[in-house]
Design a protein around this ligand. Structure first.
Ligand code: CA
Length: 371
């Protein structure tokens, strides 16, 4: 009998128990030493769950989660399968982190700033006001010390995290009145997560965070006065143009927001080395894929919003942005002073930005402004 087929069948039938560790060389160890110096991979199969903070199949975010699960399954030849759950299907959208920590699901797909109430420093790992674009942020994650810090902040929770997508520069949000001065933001109840919300609070607004799927209703029935969500592709999908008249840019609060995969460390450590590697590389591939998806679809979605839905597009006035920038830096410095880990992360980010920004200015930024 074909050994692979036998092991798979045995695994499904439960005959192999919780750890059906049989390798292609026939021993009972996860590391398969074939005795001739070569190694063979374990044929044990794993079935993971991935809980997400997004509606099932939501463009970009939900489809990005599906893609990550799909490529892990394909690259592992079915030895590690990941079943994706939309927000609320297995756990509520904002309980993804807790579910992964508990082991209810082995993986989560969400945004690090959603957990800032539990881990203040997590907000630095998604979108930081007036900080980095997607390209700059990826540089920090992979080559600027960001990944090590990311792993450090989640370690006490038994979670390993990787960036798995980027929305690119977001939009400033949906408003039912024009924003001509910072005073127009005062008293405004707005859905805006992470540091952006802290900045709004500092200038006199009231930030709230509610799951994306509830935004349209909240805006329409007046529970909130304004909202930001992501950008044209995602905002069009939720029909936010039906509940607000003005669409402001830029997303000063989220200049290049990273999404994240959270992984239960115990479940990850139980995988053979090649499957661990597949998970890590799949996260890297999914990171690039989601960013490309947003880049490709935001333009056509913006065109639809303007041409078919008569959305009023507005830039925030420069003096409003200048005040928001001042408030943002104050919020970031205050958090860095109040929380040791936040201080460590913000110091790393600032040092990296000091080096990378001059390059961006003479590289992509100079070119884009003149092409
Ligand atoms: Ca957002």
């Amino acid at each position: 009998m074909d050994r692979r087929k036998f092991v798979k069948t045995a695994g499904i039938a439960g005959l192999a128990g919780t750890a059906g560790l049989i390798t292609a060389c026939g021993n009972q160890s996860g590391t398969a030493d074939c005795g001739d110096g070569s190694t063979a991979r374990s044929e044990e199969t794993f079935e993971w769950k991935m809980v997400t903070t997004w509606p099932r199949d939501f463009p970009g975010l939900g489809t990005g989660a599906n893609y990550l699960a799909q490529i892990i399954g394909e690259m592992s030849g079915g030895r590690l399968t990941v079943k994706v759950y939309g927000g609320g299907e297995l756990v509520p959208p904002f309980e993804v982190f807790d579910a992964v920590q508990r082991g209810t699901a082995e993986m989560g797909h969400g945004g690090a700033y959603y957990w800032k109430g539990k881990i203040p420093a997590s907000a630095f790992f998604s979108g930081v006001p007036f900080a980095m674009t997607a390209s700059e942020l990826n540089g920090w994650y992979y080559y600027g010390g960001g990944m090590e810090l990311y792993h450090e902040i989640y370690k006490p929770f038994g979670i390993i995290a990787y960036p798995i997508g980027n929305s690119g520069t977001q939009m400033g949000g949906w408003f039912n009145k024009e924003i001509n001065s910072v005073d127009d933001l005062k008293g405004l109840k707005m859905r805006i997560p992470g540091f952006g919300g802290e900045v709004l609070k500092r200038i006199g607004g009231t930030p709230v965070n509610i799951p994306g799927a509830e935004l349209f209703t909240a805006l329409q029935n007046g529970t909130i006065d304004a909202t930001e969500w992501v950008g044209p592709m995602n905002d069009l999908a939720f029909g936010l143009f039906r509940a607000a008249k003005y669409y402001y840019y830029p997303g000063w609060h989220e200049p290049g927001t990273a999404l994240e995969a959270t992984i239960n460390a115990e479940a990850f450590n139980a995988l053979p080395a090649d499957l661990q590697s597949i998970v890590v590389i799949a996260c890297k591939a999914a990171n690039m894929d989601m960013f490309a998806h947003f880049e490709a679809r935001n333009g056509e979605s913006l065109e639809k919003l303007l041409d078919e839905h008569a959305v009023e597009l507005r830039p925030f006035p420069d003096d409003v942005l200048a005040e928001l920038k001042g408030a943002s830096l104050a919020v970031l410095e205050d958090q860095a002073a109040a929380d040791e880990m936040s201080g460590k992360v913000w110091t790393s980010m600032k040092a990296y930005m000091e080096q990378v920004r001059p390059w961006t200015e003479i590289g992509s930024q100079y070119f884009v402004n003149r092409r």
